[in-house]
Design a protein around this ligand. Sequence first.
Ligand code: AMP
Length: 213
Amino acid sequence: MNIMLFGAPGAGKGTQAKFLIEKYDIPQISTGDILRAAIKAGTVMGLEAKKFMDEGKLVPDSTIIGIIKDRLTEKDCTDGFILDGFPRTIPQAEALEKLMKGMKISLDRVISLNVPDDLIVDRITGRRVCPKCGASFHVEFNSPKVTDICDYCGGTLIIRKDDTAETVVNRLASYHAQTAPLFDFYSDRGIMVEVDGTKNVLEVKEDIFKILG
Ligand code: AMP
């Protein structure tokens, strides 16, 4: 099964991806996680991307498409994958379509996690993430079992550098200008489904599981 999770930053894509990994045993492909790993490793691509990420802007399409081309051809993607945070622009979506066509595969479902902008700031400023496995938590709405420790891998949770009230403004602006048009792109292809992302984490998970069967 090839799934894409769609929604604003902080809508819960990463959190729900973790549940889908467990249920379907397919990998999560988060371009954000891949970029953060590249920054940590100090690669040229990572250092270039960092400038955009720190400002809450999108990294150029050519960089992102290159990352995805490499990642989708890895062996663990054979039985499917969960796209999280990609595509984020129409050119990225078109490149993905072309790439998947060449691989004789297609996206089965795009799940839109709908959360209004006024809730996003609280979601993002209360977010804590695991730098080891990429899991996301929230201090109030989805707290880890042990404060600041990842439920999945025991890593010490951190606050992402771009999870500030100031950066959220830019990230939401990029989302509305460049990413939101993908809603119509995938609706036109008949694979878009909407989920109320304001419900609690486990309710959203159940709604997604019902859709995917
Ligand atoms: P995320 O972890 O998905 O919130 O992504 C963090 C940041 O990485 C974003 O604010 C962008 O700067 C960059 N990024 C991640 N995925 C993409 C993408 N598909 N296209 C452009 N920039 C991206």
